[in-house]
Every structure is written in C-alpha cells, then in structure tokens.
Design a protein around this ligand. Sequence first.
Ligand code: PRT
Ligand code: ZN
Length: 214
Amino acid sequence: MSQTKLRIAIQKSGRLYEDSVKLLAECGIDLRNVKDRLKTESDNFPLEVFFLRDDDIPQYVEDGVADIGIVGENVLYEKNKQTTIVEQLGFGKCRLAIAVPRGQEYESVKALEGKRIATSYPFLTKQFLNDNNVNAEIHEISGSVEIAPGIGLADVVCDLVSSGSTLFMNGLKEVETILQSQSVLIKNNKLNEAQQQLLKKLVFRIQAVKKAKR
Ligand code: PRT
Ligand code: ZN
C-alpha cells in the first residue's frame, strides 16, 4: 500500500493561526518547527500542514491541493466552493453584520434600498439583499471597511463584528446579522478510503479535545 497522509491547510498568520496550531497540539500532533514556514509535517501523525491565506483555503481544499482545512464559515460561504464541513471548531467566532451611521434611522431592511454598501463579502451581501428584495450598490473593498461611511465612500457597511468596538469607534451601529460564524474543519469531497480513515482518527481526537473543554 502506498503511504498515505492527510494534508491540512491552515491560516499562515492572523486570527485563526494560533488556535489552529493549538488545536493540532491538543490533539497530540507534534509539528516540526512551525515558525516562518510554508509547510511542515508531523512525526507522530501522518499529517502535512500548509500555511496559507485564509481566503485561499476553500479553493485549495476543493481542488484537492489540500485534503482538509481550517477556515471561518464567513470565508467558506463567501467563496462558495465545493467542500464539506466535517466539524465545528468553536474558535474564531464572529458575525457578518450590516451597520449604518449611528444617527441614521433604521426600521427595516427596506432602509437599505438604493444605498451604497462597502464590504469585503460581496457574495454574501448580495445574497442577503436578494433574499430581502432590496436593491443596493455593493462596493467591494478589501480592508478598513468601517471607515468607508466616514470618508464618504459608502452609506452602509457589511463587515465582521466580534466585540462591536470597531463599529462603535467609527460611529456605526449594527442593524442586521447576515451570518453567525466560527471556524470549521472542511474536507475535500473526494478523499480516498485511507484518507477518510485518517480523518476519522483526527476528528475523534478533536471531539475529545472539545469535550474536555466543556
Ligand atoms: O492574511 P489572511 O487573509 O489569512 O487573514 P485576514 O486578514 O483575511 O483574516 P484575519 O486574520 O483578520 O481573520 C481571520 C478570521 O478570523 C476571519 O475570517 C473570521 O472567521 C475570524 N474572525 C473572528 C474575525 C473577527 N473575529 C474579527 N473581529 N475576523 C476579523 N475581525 C475584524 C473585523 O473585520 C473588524 O475589522 O475585527 C474587527 C471587528 O472586531 P470588533 O471586536 O471590534 O467587533
Ligand atoms: Zn483573509
């Protein structure tokens, strides 16, 4: 039998990096020196780790460049790739929300009609607007979305929120929640039998770690 291993894609740096590496450690998987690496592997579990930008992880897993990955549901649904969620991981919790200038009246989603919405999540924002029969202009920007209304770039934002302090500091108030998100383990849809077995082993360990934390 050819040697089998699982290739996992995790965030290279950012909010999910620490928790992703920690989860693997808690699963008893030792990684060789992870700092400043593009990839590494484990000596005590047949796992190879690729460090990537979170935005690229759904595509890599769909393509089978990585077999599994850890990514936020927000990114997963925005990218809309063909992968399967295996397990919710309980970290990286946030929500994708629409926020308007604090002084602005807001009664219902109809208030968004004709507005300019700044977001890094055009797909999910569009879906929300369509579901609610609202026509609005989406302006895709890649960062610092919250300052868009303040500098006249947009009327409204659709962005990730966790504590809410960023919105507050920018004079915005949250009016609609589009998605509740946390990080999830995803898998490629065409894993072979041996890979499925390895994944089962990994998920069993993850569930044990989660249980111990309850
Ligand atoms: O470089 P790379 O592309 O990999 O990273 P990134 O900059 O795109 O993502 P990163 O590291 O910022 O976030 C990775 C993931 O963490 C996100 O996709 C979410 O799944 C999750 N996450 C959890 C968050 C937050 N909480 C969060 N609060 N991602 C971003 N934020 C930002 C938000 O965009 C806003 O600017 O934090 C600000 C709001 O925070 P509060 O606490 O002020 O509300
Ligand atoms: Zn990103």
